[in-house]
Design a protein around this ligand. Structure first.
Ligand code: ATP
Ligand code: MG
Length: 222
């Protein structure tokens, strides 16, 4: 078993926030680790694009550092570990269960984000099952929940139903709201922890909550 901590953000469903959480958590991890890798498993290169938006190139030593791991996550993790990285965040690719399985095999913990929708929940359930079969702990994230409003909408009710369905996975579940701070951070290659001002305060709390849940699992295994 290797020493590097590997956190994989996975769901075969596209557009659920895999890149968002891999990048945001990698930035947050830089507060605790000096060598943080961000490994992009997606041929469409979401994490690398985010890294380029920071004005950096693949492999350039800048924390977090982006690596390409599309063909083989195990090799990419090994490369990062040999280079002295202490923790790696894997940004999963959509549409491929095979790649998802390979990533689970190298992970200490898996984060499974989904948007509020029954198709998403089915895909999350599938990933949760793969993690359980592999004996790898996982955390579910219900992402992109409509911001709280005085009026109950169809979407608010749907979010509550989905929350109950996801609770049935038997995993820790964290809810994340749709926030401008995430969209902005993603577009500008930043972490919400690198943005000052009130707009990012609640986003920081959500990322901290996910980070703490990951840390609890990783610490528990030591
Ligand atoms: N909670 C949120 N608030 C605001 N915007 C969000 C939120 N979650 C995701 N987004 C935005 O939705 C888009 C899709 O998110 P992201 O790229 O992280 O998903 P993905 O799962 O990596 O997608 P793909 O499967 O295509 O790689 C991005 O533009 C992202 O900034
Ligand atoms: Mg992505």
């Amino acid at each position: 078993m290797s020493d590097i901590i590997v956190v994989a953000v996975l769901n075969a469903k596209g557009g659920v926030g895999k890149t968002l959480f891999a990048t945001q958590l990698a930035v947050r991890a830089c507060e605790d680790f000096s060598m943080v890798a961000l490994i992009d498993l997606d041929p469409s290169a979401g994490a690398r694009s985010w890294f380029e938006s920071r004005g950096k190139q693949d492999g350039e030593i800048e924390q977090p550092t982006a690596f390409v791991g599309v063909s083989n996550p195990a090799d990419a993790v090994e490369t990062a570990e040999r280079a002295g990285y202490e923790i790696a965040f894997l940004d999963g690719a959509p549409n491929t269960l095979d790649a998802t399985r390979r990533a689970i095999d190298v992970a200490n913990v898996v984060l499974i984000p989904e948007r509020v929708g029954h198709v998403d929940t089915k895909q999350s359930a599938l990933v949760a099952k793969l993690c359980a079969d592999a004996g790898v702990p996982a955390i579910a994230v219900i992402n992109d929940i409509p911001p709280p409003s005085a009026r109950r909408t169809y979407q608010t009710e749907r979010a509550e139903i989905i929350a109950k369905e996801v609770a049935d996975f038997g995993l820790p579940v964290i809810q994340v709201i749709n926030r401008d701070a995430y969209a902005q951070a993603g577009d500008y290659g930043l972490g919400v922890h690198e943005i000052s001002g009130r707009a990012s305060t609640d986003a920081k709390k959500e990322i901290d909550q996910i980070y703490a849940a990951i840390a609890e699992i990783v610490e528990g295994k030591k």
